[in-house]
Design a protein around this ligand. Structure first.
Ligand SMILES: Nc1ncnc2c1ncn2[C@@H]1O[C@H](COP(=O)(O)OP(=O)(O)O)[C@@H](O)[C@H]1O
Ligand SMILES: [Mg+2]
Length: 215
């Protein structure tokens, strides 16, 4: 990647960790620079991928969704997102800030659903093909605390949010495992802290990142 292309930042973490809140803060932070920012999310981020998102999260009245189907739809959406969302934006020099990306598949479909790493690694190599985030902010929070926060957001729960506590404990553990394997890229943020403290942590990580990237 040369200097004229943008950077890819992903925000990860389980329900209620504060991903959407942090995404807005990252946008605000980058507004002080001349950098063009594109906010996006997974599953979704393009018209077609958003349709897949809807299938994954909100379709009711059908037979149970198999974990294999869920995994493949996640990567189908990601293939669209990469080719029609992320790559064009990066090529235009924008910084892309995505609410979830590849690590979420390792956490949810790998950790949560128990799908073998070998299938994840295969799809990762095929679909993501090395387009890894330059920086990942992992918002880590005790599961129950995240739940308490989403409860404030309303009573509606999508298909994945309806999973049990143990599922989210596995998701959290898988995220932390990923972070321990790639500490240069994945920065763990203690998301249990107050909004101001979380923002201070994010600012520190972004300051360090911009320094390293000579922004
Ligand atoms: N550090 C924080 N302390 C307290 N509440 C927070 C914090 N960060 C976010 N919230 C609130 O918790 C809820 C979930 O945050 P949100 O950003 O929607 O999480 P996510 O996108 O990860 O599900 C929102 O109501 C949000 O305002
Ligand atoms: Mg959100």
């Amino acid at each position: 990647m040369d200097m004229t292309t943008g950077k890819l930042i992903s925000i990860e973490g389980s329900e209620g960790a504060g991903k959407s809140t942090v995404q807005a803060f990252v946008q605000q932070y980058l507004q002080q620079t001349q950098i063009k920012v594109v906010l996006t999310r997974e599953p979704g981020g393009t018209a077609f991928a958003e349709e897949i998102r809807n299938l994954l999260l909100h379709t009711k009245d059908h037979e149970p969704l198999e974990k294999e189907t869920e995994l493949l739809l996640m990567f189908a959406a990601r293939a669209q997102h990469i080719k029609h969302g992320i790559v064009p934006a990066l090529d235009a020099g924008a910084w892309v800030v995505s609410d979830r990306y590849i690590d979420a598949s390792y956490a949810y479909q790998g950790g949560g659903r128990g799908i073998s790493q070998k299938y994840l690694a295969f799809l990762d190599q095929w679909i993501v093909a090395g387009l890894y985030p330059h920086l990942t902010l992992l918002l880590d929070i005790p599961v129950e605390m995240g739940f308490a926060r989403t409860a404030l957001r309303g009573t509606y729960k999508d298909r994945i949010e309806q999973e049990k506590i143990v599922f989210f404990e596995q998701v959290r553990a898988a995220y932390l495992q990923r972070a321990s394997e790639d500490p240069e890229r994945i920065k763990i943020i203690d998301a249990s802290q107050s909004l101001l403290e979380v923002q201070a942590q994010i600012k520190h990580v972004l300051d360090q990142f911009c320094l390293r990237e000579k922004i």
